[in-house]
Design a binder for this molecule. Structure first.
Ligand code: AVJ
Length: 322
């Protein structure tokens, strides 16, 4: 098997501490305060996310896996043979393995992942299950311009795989910009296979982001723990609460870290003040109707070619082309 090393030098693999400090300082100076959701995914955060996926309330992963289980052969046929598969933000790789099992003579698999530990782990597993498949992992932030590794042979098409409804974490304008960037990266004959969570009873959605076991709350609070570890801030985790509410007008879950009391937090040499109940906006998880999403895709110059969804229309896997 030809497994290429991470596409970046070792010192480039994770955002440097001074960049994190800059990101935190900037976000906490905004009114209202906000921090970017990619900050969730350090090693601990990635492990907690995997645990979220196993919670009974978090229907997204279960629905998407059921969809892949039922339709993987059909999906693979739609993509065709000799595909180069590029995955944006490759988590545990479970859905990817379901797809790869059915793809006909794939040219290569390129997982793009910002966090090095999960990337190494998923590549090791894939190398075992698909010893013939060239693996070209790329340690990078998929929301920035990518330089994809040179494929081992000419693919018939490049298909970008973006499962998990990660697109939901981007506000409409940013989502269109990301889809447009993907459109460029896939080339003329390319396609995008994307998981999109659908609008449904708000109570069901809210429960998914407020699991009874408290894993999501721990995941959210880990963002502050991570900053404490990596930039030496002094957030008191007991003084902040996880809050996730569905905003029906905007069609999205809005996740916040809410200050339980008036307090000051040291960020490097600066002090940041928090009032009682003051919130840091940390994540949006946008939910779409099929019509909403088709309109979003069109703004990015993409057309929905196929949609796979479950009978209850909880979740969708969609294939978009230029
Ligand atoms: C994997 C980013 C799509 O928004 O549902 C899960 C992340 N946050 N629970 C989502 C997440 C809280 C998840 N995404």
């Amino acid at each position: 098997n030809s497994v290429q090393a991470c596409g970046l030098r070792d010192d480039e693999r994770r955002p440097p501490a001074n960049e994190l400090l800059e990101v935190a300082r900037h976000g906490l100076a905004l009114k209202p305060k906000r921090l970017p959701s990619w900050l969730f995914y350090d090693e601990r955060g990635s492990a907690l996310f995997e645990q979220i996926c196993e919670q009974p309330e978090y229907y997204l992963t279960r629905c998407e896996i059921a969809l892949m289980d039922e339709h993987a052969a059909d999906i693979a046929e739609t993509l065709g043979s000799d595909v180069r598969l590029v995955e944006y933000g490759s988590g545990s790789g479970r859905k990817t393995r379901m797809l790869l099992r059915h793809l006909r003579e794939p040219v290569s698999y390129v997982p793009v992942e910002i966090s090095p530990e999960p990337l190494q782990q998923s590549v090791q597993r894939l190398a075992q299950e698909f010893p013939q498949l060239p693996l070209q992992p790329l340690c990078a932030d998929f929301s920035r311009p990518l330089r994809l590794p040179i494929p081992p042979r000419a693919p018939r098409r490049t298909v970008l795989y973006f499962p998990g409804s990660t697109i939901g974490n981007f506000e409409a304008h940013d989502a269109v910009a990301l889809l447009r960037k993907m459109r460029n990266e896939m080339g003329d004959a390319g396609g995008l296979l994307i998981g999109v969570d659908l609008k449904k009873d708000p109570a069901v959605i809210e429960a998914a982001y407020n699991d009874a076991a408290g894993v999501t709350a721990e995941f959210t609070l880990n963002m502050l723990a991570r900053l404490n570890r990596e930039i030496g801030s002094d957030f008191d985790l007991a003084a902040f609460a996880h809050r996730a509410r569905y905003n029906p007008m905007a069609g999205r879950i809005e996740t916040q870290l809410v200050s339980r009391r008036e307090q000051q937090v040291a960020i490097g040499r600066h002090k940041v003040r928090f009032g009682v109940d003051e919130a840091i906006q940390v994540e949006y998880s946008c939910k779409y109707s099929l019509e909403d999403f088709a309109a979003l895709a069109e703004k990015a110059g993409l057309a929905v070619q196929r949609v796979w969804t479950d009978p209850q229309r909880m979740f969708s896997v969609q294939y978009l082309v230029r």
